[in-house]
Design a protein around this ligand. Sequence first.
Ligand code: LLP
Length: 428
Amino acid sequence: MNHFEYRDGVLCAEGVSVADMADAIGTPFYCYSSATLTRHARVFLDAFKGQPARLCYSVKANSNLAVIATLAAQGAGADVVSEGELRRALAAGIAPAQIVFSGVGKTAAEMTYALEVGIDQFNVESEPELELLATLAAAQNKIAKIAIRVNPDVDAKTHEKIATGKAENKFGISWKLAPAVYARAAQLPSIAAIGIDVHIGSQLTSLEPFKAAFTRVAGMVEALRAEGHTISHIDLGGGLGIPYRGDNDIPPHPDEYAALVKATMGHLGCDLTFEPGRLVVGNAGILVARVIYVKEGDDRTFLIIDAAMNDLIRPTLYEAFHEIKTVAEPKDEARITYDVVGPVCETGDFMAKGRDLPPVKAGDLIAIMSAGAYGAVQASTYNTRLLVPEILVHGDEFAVIRARPDYAEILKQDKIPAWLQPDPSRTR
Ligand code: LLP
């Protein structure tokens, strides 16, 4: 459920007209609904009532400070994968004790900073990372709490670019090799291996892969305990999918997911951490664009809009489907088939192909739905387009939470070296 609905003939985000926002700040822009963010966090947490679980929101899905702060107000912690994300989580008010640090390539500088600020847990993804962390923690006279991320060799049955749990993927330590790494960790005085971690992929639409992975992890916890390790924490990652096609594809509800967790993990008595990203923010955001031209081709009609692959790369990168709505409520059942494309000079620059939409004309506004996760965070300035701004709605009010830069800001990031300047005494 989300809070983007037609009211009086126009698409609204909660109590604010999308058309009014477009007039106020121009297009394209991302718009997020606070009520939807809050609701999704609550639905997830409520599903785990009675289980010792916490939600460490996966900041990579949408790392705007205002979004993180909205979720922090619901009690969320954070899952981060870089120093930058860690700094964002802290700046948004998340306590270090509620932050876990994932990722296959944490650098010495990043781990040093994370140790300094005192994050809760490192999810360690390789033996070299373990050794480096041990050295860095010892240098600060600290004991780093870790979970070892295991690769359970399970097919998540999602798009290949977002599947992470097969042996051929770079993520985690093979579940077969992991016991030896726990044994090594036990020899390192600056390391406390208190947990185990797994994340097999994103946009999972069935519980079966979760069941296979969780069952394997539960078996490992028992085996590790039998070898004398004290495993008290389990981090089950994120990955639960969201409906992108309205009511036509409904992934498992968090309640069903929570029931599976209880069935597979309940007997172990461990504290549980979850790292959902998409589930919390995906349907809480839309990308709003304006039609520049309607162009007739030989065999199709192109809707050329002012948002492009640099603003939302999911359709071309993952063949992702995003529902598209006209901001003006359709008056009748008439539909025209369009290829919805952007201005970027690439054939891969499209939002949808062969999509039936109400007839639209130049100047009309459209909304690309379910764009709150992995939308703005993956945006770029390709083709020297201005980085897409973000708006947060809260009831009847809205705020720009990341402003559109101007061209001067973009151009001043580049420097022309002295030898290219015709007059060396001239500075730019
Ligand atoms: N934890 C770890 C260790 C992860 O790698 C990820 C996502 C998550 C949690 C959150 O997963 P979620 O609950 O959001 O599925 N850009 C892609 C998605 C990449 C996901 C990367 N890892 C997309 O647009 O579909």
